[in-house]
Ligand binder design. Structure first.
Ligand code: FA5
Length: 343
């Protein structure tokens, strides 16, 4: 047997076979075909017994050399396969940091919050501070202390959600009870605004909602008159709607103010000439106001001979509708994404 010729062929064949191998399982199978118990090297060794003593040593050495060479070839391939496997795993984990990120839609402030903040900012700039009160209110704060005892017909002006059969607990119908709470806690003079949610048994339509938001204003000092009220409201309206806006006070009635007014601004759509929005009157109503009634001062232990004040209350939704040309209050509560996005 010419082992040298055989050796070259064996190595050639092995290299060709290894070229085709791509995974470790196939590699192990091939390795045992060469180096395993029943492998090629083993069967070459088995030939030893047929050789005479002189040839045995040389043959044995030659097979061992072949075995070592094959071992080196398998080790080289093994290193390549392991490297290939590592690269593949790396590729699976690879992140392309240059790909633009997925666009996440960011939420934005609701128009009601936005309008509330705008109103707050104006009054904070005029020296007012912000006060808050509870939405579940005691009827004394919501009505009695505001000169509206239980027998008073004005209680019917605001259709109330009562929370107890004796009508002592209710959902506040306006932000005016915060006036009472603030005056009970603080001595005059004071200037506050109070934003918040209010509730009324009103049918939902284009301009009414059973839940809506108001901003209350209260100013108490000595010698306060209607001209102070008008001046503050004019500054407010001009900051909110523009310098050309003028303010009109129309006589009205609220039990907690005397005199009382409905306050209009000149129509922001036609400049006062008359249009569909202002029903050709040239004026748009934005809030209720008046001088604090002496009985309200008495219920919080302020001396009405010494102190005067003005108060006002506006609906935030109505202001936001005017400013943003929204024809229907129900838009605020529909959660229609195109309405929200376009604001
Ligand atoms: C009041 O609630 C008085 N507390 C305001 C006030 C305060 C007057 C201090 C004098 C002194 P009125 O009921 O008019 O007033 O409501 C005030 C504003 O709330 C209205 O001008 C309107 O803009 C808004 N409003 C009233 N009812 C609703 C409703 N159902 N849905 C949305 N907005 C409403």
């Amino acid at each position: 047997m010419d082992l040298i010729t055989d050796k070259e062929k064996i190595i050639d064949d092995l290299k060709k076979e290894l070229e085709r191998i791509n995974d470790l399982q196939e590699f192990q199978n091939l390795k045992s075909q060469y180096l395993g118990k029943k492998g090629k090297i083993k069967s070459l060794m088995n030939n030893l017994k047929n050789l005479d003593e002189n040839s045995k040593k040389e043959y044995g050495q030659s097979v061992n050399e072949l075995k070592n060479e094959i071992g080196i070839i398998f080790n080289e391939k093994f290193t390549k396969l392991i490297e290939k496997e590592r690269e593949e795993k790396e590729k699976e984990k690879w992140i392309d940091v240059t790909i633009p990120g997925a666009h996440r839609k960011l939420g934005k402030e609701s128009l009601i919050t936005n309008t509330r903040k705008e109103i707050e900012k104006i009054f904070l700039g005029l020296g007012f501070s912000v006060a808050e009160g509870p939405e579940i209110e005691n009827s004394w704060y919501n009505f009695d202390a505001l000169n509206t005892p239980q027998w008073h017909p004005a209680r019917e002006m605001q259709d109330t959600f009562y929370l107890s059969t004796d009508k002592s607990k209710l959902l506040r119908t306006h932000t005016s009870p915060v006036q009472v709470r603030t005056m009970l806690k603080n001595s005059p003079p004071l200037a506050i605004i109070s934003p918040g949610r209010v509730y009324r048994k009103d049918e939902l339509d284009a301009t009414h909602s059973p839940v809506f938001h108001q901003v209350e204003g209260l100013y108490v000092d000595k010698n306060v008159s209607v001209s102070h009220l008008k001046m503050y409201l004019e500054v407010f309206a001009q900051k909110l709607f523009g310098n050309k806006v003028s303010v009109l006070l129309r006589p009205s009635y609220f039990p907690f103010t005397e005199p009382s007014f409905e306050v209009d601004i000149s129509c922001i759509f036609c400049g006062g000439k008359g249009c569909k929005v202002c029903k050709n009157s040239g004026w748009i109503e934005i809030l209720g106001a008046g001088l604090v009634h002496p009985n309200v001062f008495k219920s919080v232990d302020y001396d009405p001979e010494k102190w005067q004040g003005f108060a006002f209350g506006m609906g935030i939704e109505r202001i936001a509708m005017l400013k943003n040309n929204i024809p229907d209050i129900r838009e605020f509560y529909k959660n229609d994404i195109s309405f929200i996005e376009n604001l």
